[in-house]
Design a protein around this ligand. Structure first.
Ligand SMILES: Nc1nc2c(ncn2[C@@H]2O[C@H](COP(=O)(O)OP(=O)(O)OP(=O)(O)O)[C@@H](O)[C@H]2O)c(=O)[nH]1
Ligand SMILES: [Mg+2]
Length: 292
C-alpha cells in the first residue's frame, strides 16, 4: 500500500511499478555530501524576523491568484524520480496524520486519488490547487525542503533528474509543488514547467557565494518569462546552519530584490535540516492567495 501511494505521487508510476521493490533506494553520492557545520541556534523568532518582502509599494500589478490557474500534471514533462530514497532511513511513505507541531497539513495522498475520492464519494467541491515550482541551482536543498514540507523530517536525497511533485495543504490551501532538478544541463528545461505557475520558490544555498551570480541570472530569466508574469517569488536563503553563510539581507542585496517591482517577492532565511524558517515562507505564500 505504501509503495502504491508513493508511486501515485511520483512521475514514475510505471517505472516504479516495474521495479516492484525498493530497488530505487540510493543515497546521495559522497561527492555531493557536505561537511556540516555545527548547527547554530536559529530561534523561530530570529527566522520569523529574517524575512524581507517586496515590492514596497501598492501592489497593483502583483500576481496573486490567477483565475485560469490549473495544475494539470498531465501537461507536465515526465521526469525522473530524484526524490528521497525510502530505504535510506526515513519511512517509505509520508505519515497520514499531520505533523503535530505545525499548523499546516501535508497531504500524503496522490492527486488523482484525492480528486476521485472527493468528487465520487462525498460530492464535495474539489479544492483548487495552486501550482508552485521549486527551482534553484543543484545542491541548494530543494528536494530536502519539499520533503520537510511533506513529512516534517529530513530525507536522504540524490540529485533530482527531472522533478518530484507533491501536494502540500496549508490551512486548507492546496499547493501542488513541483521540485525541479537544478543541474546545469536541466535548467534549460525549467521553462517547460512554467505554465499556470502561481508561486516560484527559489532556493539559494547560502554558503555557495561563488554561484550566486548564476542564481541571479536564472532568477531574472524566469521573471522575464511570459508564463511567470503573474507569479509571486519566495526566496529561501537555505543552509543557515552553515558557518560563514550569507544572511538573507546579503542575498537580497546581491540579487537586487528591491529592484523587482512587477512581482511580489519575499526572502526568508531557513534551514531545511531543522525546518526552521519554512513555515514562515509558506505563511507568506498563503497570505498572497487572493491578493491581486
Ligand atoms: N547543512 C545543510 N545541508 C542542507 C540543507 N538543506 C539541504 N542540505 C543538504 O544539501 C544537499 C543537497 O540537497 P538536495 O535537497 O538534494 O538539493 P537539490 O536542490 O534538490 O539538488 P538537485 O536535485 O541536484 O537540484 C543534501 O546533502 C542535503 O542534505 C540545510 O539547510 N543545511
Ligand atoms: Mg533535488
Amino acid at each position: 500500500t505504501h509503495l502504491t501511494q508513493r508511486c501515485r505521487q511520483s512521475h514514475h508510476f510505471s517505472v516504479l511499478y516495474s521495479i516492484g521493490k525498493k530497488t530505487f533506494t540510493a543515497n546521495r553520492p559522497s561527492g555531493r555530501s557536505e561537511e556540516r557545520a555545527r548547527p547554530t541556534h536559529l530561534g523561530a523568532e530570529d527566522l520569523l524576523h529574517s524575512g524581507l518582502t517586496g515590492p514596497h509599494r501598492t501592489a497593483t500589478t502583483c500576481g496573486g491568484v490567477r483565475d485560469d490557474a490549473r495544475s494539470d500534471a498531465s501537461q507536465q514533462p515526465r521526469g525522473s524520480w530524484g526524490g528521497p530514497r525510502p530505504g535510506a532511513g526515513p519511512p517509505s511513505c509520508p505519515p497520514l496524520q499531520p505533523p503535530a507541531r505545525r499548523s499546516w497539513v501535508a497531504s500524503a495522498r496522490g492527486r488523482r486519488h484525492h480528486r476521485c475520492s472527493r468528487s465520487c464519494l462525498s460530492g464535495f467541491r474539489v479544492p483548487r490547487e495552486h501550482k508552485v515550482i521549486i527551482v534553484g541551482l543543484d545542491n541548494a536543498g530543494k528536494t530536502t525542503i519539499l520533503y520537510q514540507f511533506l513529512m516534517n523530517e529530513v530525507v536522504h536525497t540524490s540529485p533530482t533528474i527531472g522533478s518530484n511533485v507533491e501536494e502540500i495543504v496549508v490551512k486548507n490551501t492546496h499547493f501542488l509543488m513541483w521540485d525541479i532538478g537544478g543541474q546545469e544541463s536541466l535548467r534549460s528545461s525549467w521553462n517547460t514547467y512554467y505554465s499556470n505557475t502561481e508561486f516560484i520558490i527559489l532556493v539559494v544555498d547560502s554558503i555557495d557565494r561563488e554561484r550566486l551570480s548564476i542564481t541571479k541570472e536564472e532568477l531574472y530569466r524566469m521573471l522575464a518569462h511570459e508564463d511567470l508574469r503573474k507569479a509571486a517569488v519566495l526566496i529561501f536563503a537555505n543552509k543557515q546552519d552553515m558557518k560563514g553563510c550569507m544572511t538573507a539581507a546579503e542575498i537580497s542585496a546581491y540579487l537586487t530584490l528591491s529592484s523587482i517591482k512587477d512581482h511580489p517577492w519575499h526572502i526568508q532565511s531557513c534551514c531545511a535540516l531543522t525546518g526552521e524558517g519554512l513555515c514562515q515562507g509558506l505563511e507568506w505564500m498563503t497570505s498572497r492567495i487572493g491578493v491581486r
